[in-house]
Ligand binder design. Structure first.
Ligand code: ADP
Ligand code: MG
Length: 940
């Protein structure tokens, strides 16, 4: 056994001669001790730039070559040609052929005979038969069982997906094609060997929904299923969920449970079994979009002094930022999907003045010094918090709390915090005291976590050019699966508008017109705030007219000219838009005249007028997420209007009745495009599922955030083109320019994120390799049944190494022995060979250990447990310190990323060096503690 594989040799490795202090073994992660319930925190990265991620320098794996000739021949015989754009590996098509043939054989079997067939396969898998060799039969039996108990016979495209998933690949299957069932088939196959299979969903709601939907299938096969939850489960319940053959859980629950499992001092306290197979649903979101948000498990609160110092700093920074804003010393730039505050030239002087005032420096004293660094940084963060982190978009206020909203999911994420202290600046902006930070117990990122599974597979409807990245980062090969039935959804071309108010009016008119036909509508918006804005306009459509009137000078003048006391209104309307709205409401002829004017310009204002009383609708966003299931259940009903954020995106399945299908299915109206094309495609994918009819259209305006990804000159050129155009339909040349610009902006958005991910992976590479070493040792300690002996061997090996370095000089060897046992050194002749010395050292330590056992009347296991605590407490503390200091080092990279050199390389070196040093210190500390136990107790 090689506990603590001797990393390097130095005098520090010898136990110190005098160690009298009794080692303190803290209660640590002993579950019997009282402890704070660990908090689960996900760090959201303000700029998506810094990150922790996958360590391994995974080599890109070439995509399998597909042989078009036989592939065509085979897919033709299988009748898969229609709409088959994918490249399914030939082997999979062959297996599909076998599954087809088995159908005739399985259909006549009784339920009992079918189950028996499955049990036989299971026995074979458990006794070591490779899954791939029985996969066609396994899937054929599962398919037949599904037909019987779920009354859904998996389509062949779902079988192809299940084949890919069972082989550790990424199945790309269009939205609405039935990935839930495909994952069910594959998880049953993967669970066959008895090591468990996990299905990672993109939120907790889906984990429960999917497990529930598929339970009849699993039960009929004799497989158990569990759902692991982030909240409200005891450890026993959780362990039971993981003991099941198939476990459904939100991806972050899986990761958090794993982190916590690595903190226990006893293996059987763990809730998870060794990570075997996982199917990641919405893999592009989990594995790419969330790659840079590490998950941190937190325990005890930070020390009070640290908290107080931080609070004082934040208070000053926030006050200074507020004064800068009031004095208009801050310029806001819209770039790359963010609002970025810059302190102006004049503002710099003001910063200096305010800093001096706050810290009590003399006029003219230097401010840009290391001492003032933390305050200056806090000021920048306070500005960022004030301008870039927005209420109703990035976070919501509920029950007096601030809750971050997942940037990709639109879901409230109560555990999430912004990194690098930005969260506290946001709290300060909102007039809230910063929260006492909780110290981490452990952390990991999604990429590093999912790489730990023996078998990783995933599925998604949208990969859009990310295939290479998935292959590079995760070695996941993508298999594109064709659609089952030809897609019927009509994706209408985007409607572009120069101004957001015009865009809103047209979109609302679309909703109203569609609603008149009874077709259900899903209005998709980009933020909580935007969803409320739309909802307000559906309740009071005339608001759209007011907005448009306010959108341009000439229009406002025209509107006011129609109203009594128009001149007064004209001057007051901008400060208080409600005045104009009230005037409109009170003056029907004027509104009609104004609507007519807009109609003439091509904006369908009359539709709003005809529905001035508003239409019933429901809102699904982070604030109403508790009603999610009910809102979704009703969203497909005739006449339903649902206004939602990205929450009604991935995974959401809106059931439609035959009557609704007659009416044309679901219509998706997207207001604003996102920088992430895959998210837009997911929104569209709520309609036209399973080959059903449906339609979608996005309403876009030039001020949408996505366009800030364009270079400024291009944006300007586009704006100029638009200005010269009229309100109504844009000339085709302008539309083409819009479309091109949009495609480019989304491409840039994706590329920027990809660069961030790559950076993140590199940045965390060092941490992950340190983690592997640390966990390797930790597991050995955890499993050691005779730790005293292991420690003894380790000490002996180390002593031999040192003696070898000293060429077995007698004086050095005597010195070594003396340090361990002054009495023993005199008795024994100094060893001349490695074997002799090893025997001497081992004998000395063994004698002592025996003496301790005798004196304490302790039996082996109790002493072993004691020693385990002694070692693990030190090891764990070292690791936590390392993780925490790593966060600080990454913050430095984040700050220096605009400076010279490659901060990431420097970081890697620093991180590994520091880990090695900490490890050496910890080893010395453990040795000293061990010796102090055995020496004190056994000294005569
Ligand atoms: P995806 O995850 O691919 O977007 P879902 O798994 O949510 O799609 O499935 C979409 C809809 O198709 C669901 O209502 C599901 O019940 C239905 N469905 C899936 N597979 C089948 C099948 N083989 N037969 C009938 N209906 C199916
Ligand atoms: Mg799904």
């Amino acid at each position: 056994m090689k506990i603590f594989g001797a990393s390097s040799v130095g005098l520090g490795h010898l136990p110190p001669a005098e160690t009298t202090e009794e080692p303190r073994v803290s209660a640590g992660r002993d579950r019997s001790a009282q402890r704070v319930a660990p908090a689960r925190v996900q760090l959201e990265n303000p700029r998506g730039f810094l990150a922790t991620g996958l360590a391994a320098k995974l080599s890109p794996q070439p995509l399998p070559a597909t042989s078009i000739g036989p592939w065509r021949a085979l897919s033709l015989t299988l009748g898969l040609e229609g709409g088959f754009a994918g490249r399914v590996p030939l082997a999979d098509l062959r297996m599909l052929g076998q599954i087809r043939e088995l159908k005739a054989e399985l259909t006549p079997l009784t339920d009992a005979a079918l189950r028996e067939r499955f049990d036989r396969l299971r026995t074979r898998a458990k006794s070591g038969t490779a899954l791939i060799s029985i996969l066609p039969e396994v899937l054929a039996v599962i398919r037949e069982t599904s037909r019987r108990v779920l009354h859904k016979e998996p389509y062949e495209v779902q079988i192809l997906a299940a084949l890919a998933l069972s082989q550790g690949k990424l199945a790309q299957l269009k939205t609405g094609e039935g990935k839930t069932l495909a994952a069910g088939l594959a998880s049953a196959a993967l669970a066959l060997s008895g090591q468990g299979a996990h299905v990672a969903t993109s939120n907790g709601y889906l984990a429960e929904r999917d497990a529930e939907d598929l339970t009849p299938l699993f039960s009929a096969l004799g497989l158990s299923v569990g759902v692991a939850k982030s909240w409200g489960q005891t450890y026993e319940e959780k362990r039971a969920a993981y003991a099941a053959d198939i476990t459904y859980a939100h991806a972050d629950t899986l990761a958090f449970d794993w982190i916590e499992d690595q903190t226990w001092w006893q293996r059987d306290w763990r809730v998870q079994r060794p990570l075997h197979a996982v199917i990641v649903d919405e893999a592009d979101e989990v594995l790419l979009d969330n790659a840079n948000f590490p998950l941190v498990l937190c325990g005890a609160p930070e020390p009070a002094e640290r908290f107080e110092a931080r609070t004082a700093l934040l208070r000053s920074a926030n006050e200074i930022a507020r004064e800068l804003d009031q004095g208009q010393f801050v310029r806001l730039d819209h770039e790359r999907g963010k609002v970025r505050p810059y302190v102006t030239e004049a503002g710099m002087g003001e910063v200096e003045r305010l800093v001096r005032q706050h810290v009590g420096l003399k006029t003219g004293a230097e401010v840009w010094t290391p001492e003032q660094g933390p305050l200056l940084l806090s000021i920048l963060q306070a500005l960022e918090a004030r301008h870039s982190v927005l209420s109703g978009k990035d976070y919501i206020r509920q029950d007096g709390q601030l809750t971050l909203v997942g940037s990709g999911t639109g879901r409230p994420n109560p555990g999430a915090r912004l990194r690098h202290g930005l969260m506290d600046s946001v709290l300060a902006k909102e007039g809230k005291a910063p929260e006492q930070e909780l110290l981490p117990l452990g952390a990991i990122s999604y990429p590093a976590f999912f790489a730990r599974y023996a078998k990783l597979s995933g599925m998604t409807g949208t990969t859009h050019g990310r295939k290479e990245e998935l292959s590079e980062l995760y070695r996941l090969t993508t298999v594109e699966i064709p659609t089952n039935r030809p897609a019927q959804r009509v994706d209408e071309p985007d409607a572009f508008f120069p101004h957001p108010a015009q865009r809103m009016l047209a979109a609302v008119a679309d909703v109203l017109e569609t609603h008149a036909t009874g077709q259900p509508i899903l209005v998709s918006t980009v933020s909580v705030r935007a969803s409320k804005e739309v909802a307000a306009r559906l309740a009071d459509p005339l608001l759209c007219l007011t907005d448009v009137a306010l959108s341009s000078g000439p229009l406002l003048a025209a509107a006011c000219a129609l109203l009594p006391r128009g001149a007064e209104l004209l001057s007051a309307a901008h400060d208080d838009p409600s005045l104009l709205h009230a005037a409109f409401l009170a003056n029907r002829p004027a509104v009609e005249a104004f609507a007519k004017l807009l109609d003439g310009a091509g904006l369908p204002a009359h539709t709003l007028l005809a529905n001035a009383a508003g239409v019933p609708h429901r809102v699904l966003n982070a604030e109403t997420h508790a009603e999610e299931a009910a809102i979704i259940a009703a969203a497909g009903k005739k006449g339903a209007i649902t206004v939602a954020t990205q929450m009604a995106g991935r995974g959401t399945d809106i059931p439609l009745s035959p009557e609704v299908l007659e009416l044309g299915g679901l219509r998706v109206i997207g207001i604003e495009r996102k920088a992430n094309l895959r998210q837009d495609e997911q929104v569209r994918g709520r309609a036209g599922r399973q080959g059903q009819p449906g339609s979608s259209r996005f309403y876009v305006s030039l001020s949408d955030e996505v366009f800030t990804f364009l270079p400024a000159h291009q944006l300007r050129a586009l704006a100029e083109k638009v200005e010269t155009s009229r309100l109504d339909e844009l000339p085709s040349g302008v539309v083409a320019a819009y479309e091109k610009a949009l495609a480019k902006a989304q491409e840039r958005g994706e590329q920027e994120n990809a660069a961030g991910r790559r950076q993140g992976m590199r940045l965390s590479g060092a941490l992950e390799s340190s983690r592997r070493r640390m966990l390797g040792w930790r597991d050995e300690v955890l499993d050691a049944t005779d730790l005293a002996r292991s420690l003894t061997e380790w000490i002996a090996a180390d002593g031999v190494k040192q003696a070898t370095l000293a060429h077995f000089a007698p004086a050095a060897v005597i010195e070594l022995l003396k340090r361990l046992d002054p009495a023993a050194a005199e008795l024994a002749a100094p060893a001349k060979t490695a074997d002799e010395l090893r025997a001497q050292l081992t004998a000395i330590v063994d004698r002592r250990v025996d003496a301790v056992l005798l004196e304490r009347k302790e039996d082996g296991p109790a002493f072993n447990q004691f020693l385990r605590g002694l070692v693990l407490s030190r090891l764990d503390q070292m690791w936590l310190d390392h993780v925490m200091s790593e966060e600080d080092r990454q913050r430095e990279v984040y700050l220096s990323s605009f400076a010279d050199g490659d901060p990431v390389v420097k970081h890697e070196i620093a991180s590994l060096t520091i880990f090695n040093q900490s490890m050496e210190r910890t080893e010395a500390d453990i040795r000293a503690a061990f010796f102090s136990v055995i020496r004190k107790r056994s000294s005569p």
